[in-house]
Design a protein around this ligand. Sequence first.
Ligand SMILES: [Mn+2]
Length: 354
Amino acid sequence: MKKVIKQLEERNLDGLFLVDYANIRYMSGFTNADSYILITKEKQYFLTDYRYSEQAEKECKGFEVITVDREEKPLEQVILEIADSTGLKNIGFEENHIVFQLLEKLRGAMPRIEFVPTNGIVESLRYIKTNKEIDYIQTAASIADKAFDQILDTLKPGMTELEAAWKLETFMREFGADSSAFQTILISGQKTSLPHGIPSRKKIEKGDLVTIDFGALVEGYRSDMTRTIVVGKPDEKQKKIYAIIQEAQEQGLQSARAGRTGKEVNEEVMKIISGYGYIEFAGKGLGHGVGLDIHELPFMNKTCGDELKENCVVTIEPGIYIPYWGGVRIEDIIAVKNGPCKVLSNSPKELISI
Ligand SMILES: [Mn+2]
């Protein structure tokens, strides 16, 4: 909170209004939904409704919890009263998260107050993880590893993608996940050329590549891992593409360390794919930060200058996607270090045939 208030001072802001679920959770510890935070330099307000007020009182230490009863007084009226009583002249809002309709209501209710777009104030704090956050992500990654090991024994030709995805999610829950970290990608055959294909009623067949991109959720923190396997014996092209991605992914793990930019790491990985003549089929992004959100800072791609710092948690996930043939992606989740990174996902990476 002190760091946020310091940023408000630097930006000449009297207050900051938060709507984003992950930013609200990060600042307050609140683990539920549909709430707002108003940060002022003197005091912090947590605005929620009757469904969550008891929970908020317990979880949000250091906040004054205000239960908004919309029948009595709309949210913007409650904020106006706080602004008036504390003499706020302006309030920052999250330009990439706020709903337009809510912003219009706020501006309409308090013409005296300037609402100022901001971007990334809380995100900049979430950029580097604490040891506790890394522990949660490590736990989630280890649950995913165990579930992957089980799905290798369970997945059989004739099963649909949806059935296999459900089995995988069941295993994660059995091993202690709160839920899946995101909608599981488990796609097969030609469909693996879709980087984010959706599991369907398509049956998994002999000869198919199967791309499995999934993660577990633990205490609000997410893991993210991808493995590509083959049903039966791989053919020569499958082996060749897989070997390129395996080499590229290994390079990514070597290159990712504190002080380097996502752009530099991406370049070194793409150089390998380029050397084999497959750059036109390479995925555009190499990786992304992971934490309370599945995709957060820093990002690693051609245009991203985000610098990797000690204890950033990011993915390294190069892929080759050939339309109407298929694709291969290998993804690990890592904690960035000053030296070699710490790989949090530990499932095998040689081409597995089931
Ligand atoms: Mn990912």
